[in-house]
Design a protein around this ligand. Structure first.
Ligand code: AP5
Ligand code: ZN
Length: 214
């Protein structure tokens, strides 16, 4: 099953991708995670992306398409994938369509998570993650057992540089201008399913399951 998890920053795409990975045995492809790994490793691509990401802007389509095109043809994507944070522009969506078409595939579902702006700011300012094993947390909504410490591996949790409130608001603006138009793009292809992204994580998970089986 070829899925796109769509929605504004902080809508819960990364959170909900986890159960899809486990339930459907397909990999999560997060362009944000891949770009952050490149920044951390200091690769030429990471150096290019770093400043744009810190400001909450979009990395160029060429760079992002390069990394996705390479990833999507790997063996573990044969049975499908969950795209998280990609596509984010119309040219990215067109290029994705073409890559999949050449492989005789197409996007099956685009799940769009709808969340209010102020809830997003709350979610992102409280988000923390484990730098060692990658597990995500929220200081209020999904807190670790011991404050600031990963439940799984015991590492100290960190906050993303672009989760400061000013940057979050800029990311939301960029989303409205450049990414939200993709909803119409996928609606016209009859694969868009809008889901309320407010409420408990488990409730939203159930809404996604219902959408995928209907
Ligand atoms: P990326 O990493 O993709 O960030 P994003 O889209 O802004 O999304 P987030 O990861 O912030 O949010 P999410 O929806 O995954 O929410 P999460 O589940 O973590 O991109 C970062 C940057 O990379 C971009 O700004 C851009 O510069 C660049 N980039 C990436 N892809 C690109 C592309 N395709 N083209 C160009 N540039 C690109 O949840 C957030 C928090 O809320 C967590 O703490 C979580 O625990 C909590 N939470 C989740 N669900 C709930 C709930 N139901 N109730 C309460 N809390 C909840
Ligand atoms: Zn950990």
């Amino acid at each position: 099953m070829d899925l796109v998890l769509f929605g504004p920053p902080g809508a819960g795409k990364g959170t909900q991708a986890q159960f899809l990975v486990e339930s459907y045995k397909i990999p999560q492809i997060s362009t944000g995670d891949m770009l952050r790994a490149a920044v951390k490793a200091g690769t030429p691509l990471g150096v290019k992306a770093q400043e744009i990401m810190a400001q909450g802007g979009l990395v160029s389509d060429d760079i992002v398409l390069g990394i996705v095109a390479e990833r999507i043809v790997q063996d573990d994507c044969c049975a499908g994938f969950v795209l998280d944070g990609f596509p984010r522009t119309i040219p990215q969506a067109d290029a994705l369509d073409l890559i999949l078409k050449q492989a005789g595939r197409a996007i099956d579902h685009v799940i769009s998570l709808e969340v209010d702006t102020e809830e997003i700011v709350k979610r992102l300012s409280g988000r923390r993650s484990c730098p060692s094993c990658g597990k995500g947390y929220h200081i209020t909504f999904d807190a670790p057992k011991e404050e600031g410490v990963c439940d799984i591996c015991g590492s100290s949790l960190v906050q993303r540089a672009d989760d400061q409130e000013d940057t979050v608001r800029n990311r939301l603006l960029v989303y409205e201008q450049q990414t939200a138009p993709l909803k119409e793009y996928y609606r016209s292809k009859h694969v868009l399913c809008s889901i309320p992204g407010m409420g408990a994580i488990a409730e939203i998970q159930q809404r996604i399951i219902n959408a995928l089986v209907s």
